[in-house]
Ligand binder design. Structure first.
Ligand code: ATP
Ligand code: MG
Length: 566
């Protein structure tokens, strides 16, 4: 596996339990599973669970099953199955031959259900969904027994077999566990185990018209796979008594232990497939892989390396307390990983032409800066200095404030890797600055200090004739509320979308070497951040870059600044 370089010694409560279970001899080998429902693509929250389950299996020389929880054929789709496998494998985790589907166990689950019926622990219910809800009671009030609760074993068996044979309409009957309608835990008030759904299933096609529910399926699938520790998120804590009840009532091959940990949430984002689907379907984003989405495919398209996501999962750790993480934690992981081996280039996002009036026309001078300041094996690149170059419009101010060290009329600045230039004249067109006339000082070639004066600022540039055009997309948080849908918008998270979450700049100029960049390559544009070649062809076929992340966290400062003003 590719996450061997993990340095953090993970000692969370789950690993502690596992160590105890191994040293006491309770288990000889640890078996975990990652069980997504194929009803959407994976997001960063799933990465936490993947990292935990596959990570533990790897650390303790165990096994992790990649299991699809495919019990709801209405919502499931083959494209999700394929996408999920692609994402898990891209993240660097391997399931080898341990790829399973809950539907592999439908026949066995059915036998377990009959076993419950035969023991008098399950019955066929004729009340409709609305009545079942009414009878269930509330959090403060116990439920009522269904009039069908005391059907005989024979009657239940006959009805259940007929349900399987397709003799009843969708929704007309369900199979329920017979536990306790007065339990303070609603999950134990005779939960539904099977329902009729006359729909074709992705894998079993038309074989079944009754489908087991999640609670019934999950624990039994765990047991059938010999899972030792069934790790899930905290919302399943109240389901644990049911999980255990089912395993104890049937002849399950083993008793996996369910342990819960807290879900990951990130400020300014949403991690619920249902909501992500809405964003995609209503066109608020361009797709599941929109670089603003915290889906695995979105992060990948944005330029996040898989190693940054793994590092993030390691850093946030595992606990039972609320896990609301600041986006900067994720961004810092990208910065750290990308800094290690991403080639540097210069790019100008908003070009302002500079004419070096004392540089001979038609000539060029070659510079060969290193591709990476710390890794000489990465070699160098060739850039040409010439009479016409572009600098960032923002690196010039006509009326500079105090302490402005970049270019301004009559002042000097250093061009990275090249010369010190002085701005002598500003050229206007329709009242706007359209170009600058500058002179360069031959004696200041990169590395040589100018004599008799201090030049503090260094700016990036590209040659006007040799640079290539590219489209650049800059991203901000998808939501402008740290808890979308929770505060003033009364649950309507769409109202919390950030209208300025994407800025497209169409005519940026980049060093000519980037013509060779391939889809998904990430480069550092000096001073501007990390940029990833978009994996989808643009309409014009011009290169399109997505900004992965800026070099430093500029966002927190902006936010604080805004707060101070308001
Ligand atoms: P969603 O609410 O996004 O639909 P889910 O829990 O229904 O999530 P599943 O496909 O059932 O999605 O998830 C597979 C596994 O990933 C489960 O074990 C689940 O607990 C875990 N998981 C999902 N979201 C998170 C999260 N935000 N943080 C940690 N683990 C998560
Ligand atoms: Mg789920």
């Amino acid at each position: 596996m590719t996450y061997e370089n993990s340095k953090i010694n993970t000692t969370d409560f789950i690993r502690k339990t596992i160590r105890e279970d191994l040293s006491s001899g309770k288990h000889k080998q640890i078996i975990t599973r990652f069980p997504p429902e194929p009803n959407g693509h994976l997001h960063i929250g799933h990465a936490k669970s993947i990292h935990l389950n596959f990570g533990i299996a790897k650390e303790f020389k165990g096994i992790c099953f990649m299991r699809f929880d495919d019990t709801n054929p209405i919502k499931e789709d083959e494209q999700y199955v394929e996408g999920i496998l692609k994402d898990v494998s891209w993240l660097g985790y391997e399931w080898e031959e341990k790829l399973t589907y809950a539907s592999d166990y439908f026949e066995k689950l059915y036998v377990f259900a009959e076993e419950l019926i035969k023991k008098g622990k399950a019955y066929v219910e004729s009340l409709d969904a609305k009545k079942i809800r009414e009878y269930r009671g509330t959090l403060t009030e116990g439920g009522k027994d269904s009039p069908f609760r005391e059907r005989t074993v024979e009657e239940n068996l006959t009805l259940f077999r007929k349900m399987r044979n397709g003799e009843y309409k969708d929704g007309s009957l369900v199979l329920r566990a017979k536990i306790d309608m007065s339990s303070p835990n609603i999950n134990l008030r005779d939960p539904v185990l099977y329902r009729i759904r006359k729909v074709s299933h992705l894998r079993t096609k038309g074989k079944w018209c009754i489908y087991p529910l999640y609670d019934f399926t999950h624990g039994l699938s765990d047991a059938l796979e010999g899972v030792t520790h069934s790790l899930c998120t905290l919302e399943f804590e109240d389901h644990r008594p049911l999980y255990n009840w089912i395993l104890e009532e049937v002849s399950a091959p083993c008793l996996p232990r369910q342990i819960e940990f807290s879900r990951l949430n990130l400020h300014y984002s949403l991690l619920s497939k249902r909501k992500l689907i809405q964003l995609v379907e209503d066109g608020h984003v361009t797709g599941w892989d929109d670089p603003r989405m915290l889906t695995i495919s979105g992060l990948r398209r944005r330029g996040y390396p898989a190693s940054a996501i793994r590092l993030f999962c390691e850093r946030i750790g595992i606990s039972k307390s609320e896990n609301n993480i600041d986006m900067t934690v994720l961004e810092d992981c990208a910065r750290e990983e990308l800094d290690k081996n991403v080639p540097r280039v210069m790019a100008v996002l908003r070009p302002l032409k500079v004419i070096i009036t004392n540089f001979p026309e038609g000539q060029t001078e070659l510079f060969e800066p290193a591709s990476h300041p710390k890794i000489s094996e990465m070699g160098s690149r060739k850039i040409n200095f010439s009479r016409e170059i572009y600098i960032e419009a923002d690196d010039f101010r006509e009326n500079p404030p105090d302490n402005y060290f970049r270019l301004s009329p009559g002042n000097e600045v250093r061009l990275r890797f090249a010369y010190v230039i002085r701005c002598n004249e500003v050229i206007y067109k329709n009242g706007e600055v359209s170009a600058l006339h500058c002179t360069y000082d031959k004696e200041t070639r990169s590395g040589v200090k100018p004599i008799g004066r201090k030049v503090k600022g260094i700016i990036h540039w590209v040659s006007a004739h040799e640079s290539v055009s590219a489209e650049v997309r800059l991203y901000d948080r998808l939501f402008s509320n740290p808890f979308p849908g929770r505060a003033d918008t009364k649950g309507d998270f769409i109202k919390d979308l950030n209208p300025a979450s994407i800025e497209t700049i169409s005519d940026c100029k980049v060093e000519p070497g980037i013509k060779e960049a391939k889809s998904e390559d990430v480069l550092q544009f000096e001073r501007l951040g990390y940029f990833c070649v978009d994996s989808k062809l643009s309409r014009t076929d011009a290169l399109v870059f997505n900004r992965t992340v800026t070099l430093r966290d500029t966002w927190a400062k902006v936010e604080q600044g805004q707060k101070r003003q308001s």
